[in-house]
Design a protein around this ligand. Structure first.
Ligand SMILES: [Zn+2]
Length: 396
């Protein structure tokens, strides 16, 4: 309970940037005495500090509390089939150092060793004390049970039921959190990005695959064991192209980078494209130069995505849908057909409810997302806070 109150106070201070103790008490529902005790502890731990006073309306100017971004540090790791991308960030998820490790094979012990090496290297590079490292977050594709700390299934590595948190803990000796990589990106949007303060939103990522993070009532929705959001495998056409998952005609087989390249290759074989395209950059270049076939490939992908998004709006009526991922490098060619298709298929009563936002993410977005896994724990406010807090304050 003490930890919950502490997190609630810390999160209120983080969200407001500069806030007086009186306002913290009002906003959390905690008693002024409790707030004074908790803030004293947070100042002692270096997590917050007293900054220049705010506006006065006569009388004494209130002292404002703010988050100390250098009160601690976290490492975020994005694990892909060939690389370990790591970033060390402060408490505001500002990246202070980056490091990339290579995986020579897809074995579990190789990946664990590579993650541990990247974390050590980042700590050494920034010169922070080991005790200032508050935790390590790891994001990766696949079905992750974040609560259990288990990777249930990774299609990329072929691993099943790996106790990844336990394995990393025994090497790193700091708190470790894991989640599906799209969920980590969704968390960053919620904590620091355009999802801040938004009750219900979806993050869609397009690139090597297609994923989705779901925020409902301010909480990430994991499903029963972390499997929610596998929208890349929504069936578009049961007789469509073969998907990595073993089924046919999944959404991914119409919009993911490997399948856009497959379509480009088919267009080359039938003589419609002048060159055999093997890299996404080449396809982007052709589209940028106005090649009609390349543009049609992207337009078709945009329309398929648009229909999916219309289905999502009709099903969930979210406040926002954020579209992100490496695939959004093609935003210039995808977004127009996408928006037109959404408009065509959203129910009349729902159109205008959902804002669609395109987020061309930076290179370190995935690693920052994984870092947010740790930051989230630090700032976590309990479920049903409005019910809990009055009970707690009466206990004081
Ligand atoms: Zn599939």
């Amino acid at each position: 309970m003490r930890a919950i109150n502490r997190a609630a106070v810390l999160n209120t201070i983080r969200r407001n940037g500069g806030i007086s103790r009186t306002e913290v008490a009002r906003s959390t529902g905690l008693s002024p005495a409790t707030v004074t005790a908790i803030t004293a502890e947070l100042i002692k731990d270096g997590l917050i500090f007293e900054k220049a006073s705010g506006n006065s309306r006569g009388g004494r100017r209130p002292i404002l509390l703010a988050l100390n971004p250098h009160g601690g540090y976290v490492v975020g790791i994005k694990l892909t089939e060939e690389h370990v991308f790591g970033a060390l960030t402060d408490l505001e998820a500002t990246v202070l150092a980056k490091k990339t490790g290579r995986l020579d094979n897809q074995r579990l012990d190789t990946a664990i060793d590579a993650i541990v090496a990247v974390v050590s290297s980042l700590v050494a590079k920034t010169g922070i004390a080991r005790g200032q490292l508050l935790g390590v977050g790891v994001g990766l594709a696949g079905i992750v049970d974040a609560r259990e700390g288990t990777l249930r299934h990774s299609p990329i590595f072929g691993w099943r039921d790996v106790p990844l948190v336990g394995l990393l803990l025994s090497h790193l000796h700091v708190p470790v959190y894991i989640d599906n990589d799209v969920n980590t990106l969704t968390l960053t949007e919620q904590l620091f990005g355009v999802g801040r303060g938004i009750e219900s939103f979806l993050t869609l990522t397009i690139g090597r695959g297609v994923g989705m993070g779901i925020v409902v009532n301010g909480q990430l929705y994991p499903g029963r064991h972390g499997g929610a959001g596998e929208i890349g495998h929504m069936v578009i056409d049961p007789d469509g192209p073969l998907c990595e998952c073993g089924h046919r005609g999944c959404l991914e087989t119409y919009v993911s980078d490997p399948h856009l390249l497959r379509m480009a290759h088919e267009a080359f074989e039938s003589g419609d494209l002048p060159a055999d395209v093997t890299e996404v950059e080449q396809l982007l270049e052709l589209a940028g130069a106005g090649n009609a076939v390349a543009l049609a490939i992207y337009a078709q992908a945009g329309e398929t995505l648009g229909r999916t998004i219309a289905n999502l709006i009709n099903t969930l009526n979210p406040m926002e849908i954020i579209i992100s991922g490496e695939g959004m490098r093609a935003a210039d060619f995808l977004v127009e057909p996408l928006r037109a298709t959404v408009d065509r298929h959203v129910m009349a009563g729902l159109s205008g409810d959902t804002e669609i936002r395109i987020d061309i993410m930076s290179d370190d977005a995935w690693a920052r997302g994984a870092a947010s896994l740790v930051l989230q724990e630090l700032f976590k406010t309990p479920l049903y806070r409005s019910e809990l807090v009055p009970t707690l304050s009466t206990l004081d």
